[in-house]
Design a protein around this ligand. Structure first.
Ligand code: BES
Ligand code: MG
Ligand code: ZN
Length: 501
């Protein structure tokens, strides 16, 4: 998708579609509050646009649209009015979402779209910010995973977005940022959507190596194979890995900034990297297993962030860690009752092989501590319980550190990635007790499963400032949404990128 600029007003631009905006009025009876682009277009069309909106009972709800055929009155054949919801409730993400949803509607029909960015008076957002949000929404909404489609029906054709009357030098930076965020999110989505037979631990490791090769003066990549991980003492990770025919890989990416790093934080980003979760010996029922190629969504975030980190250029070091393996079933699988020792020396009783994520994360978090990380973020599709608590769209966030938690929440809000903090309730630690080892991999209660899983992970961060994000819900869309099709969402990527910049 190309971004172009025109000094002309919308009626003097020739494109397939002209987009104009309106807010919903605070009271339903009052109809809509057209933005300037809408009113100007209405004038150019002899007052017919407002008439049509009334006729069609257009309420300008967020994402609501109606189309108007212009019949030679202006240069472009079609105007689409986009609702932004009530002005009193409007937040930045509404603009991004409205544009994401618009693109999913028109990208197979229109080659070009022209629009005027709403002014600061209208939205309280700076022009640069609005342009960035519009671009980001459109780029995200334009995503598809068509690799395995052999019939090319309904190809995407949208290639040009024309910004009318937009000047100012900050604009280009905003659009560039949108591109970086969408590109990284797209990589995460591709990795999640890829079948597990292709997206193996070795495949993820090769992606990490390729990323490092592109900027060898700042990014370094170390890959540990099974024997090397064994020598380090990653018995927990290797326990999960031991059933699979595809060899496990422990991936360590490291970004070093150009300047001095004295006194700077070292941030570790840890991603759960289960390339397929069958449940293991405690096998999942078919309907729960169907989408489990997505169980490496945390790993996808790590790789996506590193794929653009050289463009973001944080001035502190960042490490990215992934323990990659599928969780499969064979004669060599872990079985309930087995005990494994994590890298930090703590022993884990495996009572359910389907609670494998926390077992592999025990080693990657311990490794982060050993590497001298001063702040740790982890992303894991960890528990179905988190989806019960917060639904499909919201990440469960847990932290042992106020400052870091607030920074992450702010970054997530700005990204439009919904996260909600849940408590690391100390009383619940009881539930993770094991009769035979230091800790059990499942709690002895059916309730509060997202919390007990987070409390389990906390045992491996050695008190370092840490934020755990359970992305089981939002990592994978169960159906088409504002920002694209069913499948991997890349949720989390843009939160981290915001945090790094
Ligand atoms: N990968 C799953 C969690 C999951 C479930 C992610 C649904 C996305 C959608 C995880 O490994 C798992 O199986 N967790 C178990 C834990 C239980 C056995 C304590 C779960 O949530 O049922
Ligand atoms: Mg599992
Ligand atoms: Zn899992």
């Amino acid at each position: 998708m190309n971004f172009e600029f025109s000094p002309n007003s919308l009626e003097k631009i020739s494109s397939d579609v002209i987009v104009v905006f309106a807010f919903a009025a605070d009271k339903k009876e009052q109809g809509i509050v057209p933005l300037e682009s809408f009113s100007d277009m209405d004038k150019a069309l002899g007052g017919k646009l407002i008439k049509a909106s009334e006729l069609l009972k257009f309420k300008a709800k967020r994402g609501e649209t109606f189309s108007f055929v212009t019949e030679n009155k202006i240069l472009s054949p079609l105007v689409i009015a986009v609702g932004l919801g009530k002005k009193s409730e409007f937040i930045a993400d509404d603009l991004r979402r409205a544009m994401g949803s618009l693109v999913t509607k028109v990208n197979r029909k229109a080659k070009s779209v022209a629009l005027e960015v709403p002014s600061e008076d209208e939205t309280s957002l700076g022009l640069n910010t609005s342009a960035r949000l519009i671009a980001e929404g459109m780029l995200l909404g334009n995503y598809e995973f068509a690799k395995y489609k052999t019939q090319e029906k309904d190809k995407k054709i949208l290639s040009t977005v024309i910004f009318s009357k937009l000047i100012g030098k900050g604009i280009k930076d905003g659009l560039e940022k949108a591109r970086i965020h969408a590109e990284a999110t797209g990589l995460a989505r591709d990795l999640v959507n890829e079948q597990s037979a292709v997206a193996t631990p070795t495949y993820l490791a090769n992606i990490a190596k390729d990323i490092a090769k592109k900027d060898p003066s700042h990014i370094n990549c170390r890959i540990y194979n099974k024997e090397q991980a064994e020598r380090m003492g990653m018995e927990a990770f290797l326990g999960v890995a031991r059933a699979a025919a595809t060899p496990p890989r422990f991936i360590h990416l490291e970004y070093k900034p150009s300047g001095s790093i004295k006194g700077k934080n070292k941030l570790a980003i840890v991603g759960k990297g289960i390339t397929f979760d069958s449940g293991g010996i405690n096998v999942k029922p078919g309907s729960s297993m169907m989408d489990m190629k997505m169980d490496m969504s945390g790993a996808a975030i790590v790789l996506a962030v590193f794929s653009v980190i050289s463009k973001i250029k944080p001035d502190f070091p960042v490490i990215g860690l992934i323990a990659a393996t599928p969780n499969l079933i064979s004669g060599t699988s872990l079985v309930p009752g087995d005990v494994v020792k994590a890298l930090n020396g703590k022993t884990i009783e495996i009572l359910d092989t389907d609670a494998e994520g926390r077992v592999t994360m025990a080693d990657s978090l311990s490794y982060a501590v050993k590497q001298g990380a001063t702040e740790i973020l982890d992303f894991a599709t960890l528990t179905g319980a988190c989806m019960v608590a917060l639904g499909d769209d919201i990440t469960g966030l847990f932290s042992n550190n106020r400052d870091l938690a607030e920074r992450v929440k702010k970054a997530a809000f700005d990204a439009g990635e919904k996260m909600w903090e849940l408590p690391l309730e100390k009383q619940y630690k009881e539930m993770n007790k094991s009769e035979v080892a230091d800790i059990s991999n499942i709690p002895n209660s059916r309730y509060g499963g997202a919390i007990t899983a987070a409390l389990f992970l906390e045992e491996f961060v050695d008190g370092k400032p840490w934020v755990h994000m359970d992305i089981a819900g939002p990592a994978f869309a169960s159906k088409h949404n504002d920002f694209g099709p069913k499948g991997g969402t890349g949720h989390g990527v843009r939160t981290v990128l915001n945090l790094l910049s």
